[in-house]
Write a protein that binds this ligand. Structure first.
Ligand SMILES: Cc1cc2nc3c(=O)[nH]c(=O)nc-3n(C[C@H](O)[C@H](O)[C@H](O)COP(=O)(O)O)c2cc1C
Length: 208
């Protein structure tokens, strides 16, 4: 990881900067696929912000191999802050043209709905400009999804915060239950970005 991350120096003119936030749902296992597919489009950069539980489901190495960076709470709290240093959650929200929370756990959903900001992911979300397109892809066990609080959190996120909520979908979940709660198919998540920014596939390296 670069020691200091300044959005202004890291953004590339003409590129779409996709910020993927992963949380502690099994569906985080799809993060490397999402990153790889996004990077197969022309002029796309991807950064990933991972909550600690989400890194149970994929490794930083997989993301780095796919061509993106991964940021964690440790990058925000280095123990060496000096006045004038960039503040990571602010720089990341300056960097992002679009934010995807995929998957969004019940825990992070609740935190966003209530304005909590106790880690890198939720701090940057609390600092997001309302003009940044933001998509939430809930993923949780069916009973977590059907818990009365979930509907209330989703209502706040849609109607008060103004984010787009996509899914969840019904299928056999990782826990063995069959029902609603699975994250939207990862290809459909990529397609939302493609449609938003009219992306086209990158040419193979030998033709570009
Ligand atoms: C193996 C495993 C799978 C889990 N899957 C989910 C899930 O799909 N959805 C969910 O909301 N929580 C799930 N959890 C619980 C979350 O990881 C837990 O609530 C955690 O605190 C979420 O933190 P985060 O939102 O900061 O990532 C799972 C936990 C374990 C141990």
């Amino acid at each position: 990881m670069p020691e200091h991350f300044f959005a202004e120096l890291s953004r590339r003119p003409g590129y779409t900067h996709v910020l993927l936030i992963t949380t502690g749902s099994v569906a985080s296992i799809k993060a490397p696929l999402i990153v790889k597919e996004l990077l197969s489009y022309s002029k796309v950069l991807v950064d990933v912000v991972a909550t600690k539980p989400s890194l149970e489901f994929y490794t930083k190495d997989e993301i780095v191999k796919a061509g993106a960076r991964v940021w964690t709470d440790e990058d925000e709290w280095t123990g060496e802050f000096k006045i004038g240093d960039p503040i990571l959650h602010i720089e990341l929200r300056r960097w992002a043209d679009i934010v995807l929370v995929a998957p969004c756990s019940a825990n992070t959903l609740s935190k966003i709905a209530h304005g909590l900001c106790d880690n890198l992911a939720t701090s940057l979300m609390r600092a997001l400009a309302p003009t940044t397109p933001t998509y939430i892809f809930p993923a949780m066990n069916t009973l977590m999804y059907e818990h009365p609080l979930t509907a209330e959190h989703l209502r706040i996120i849609r109607d008060v915060v103004g984010y787009n909520v996509v899914g969840p979908i019904g299928k056999k979940l990782a826990c063995g239950d069959i029902g609603i709660g699975a994250m939207t198919e990862w290809r459909d998540i990529v397609q939302i970005v493609v449609d938003n920014f009219q992306l086209s596939k990158a040419l193979p390296e030998n033709l570009s």
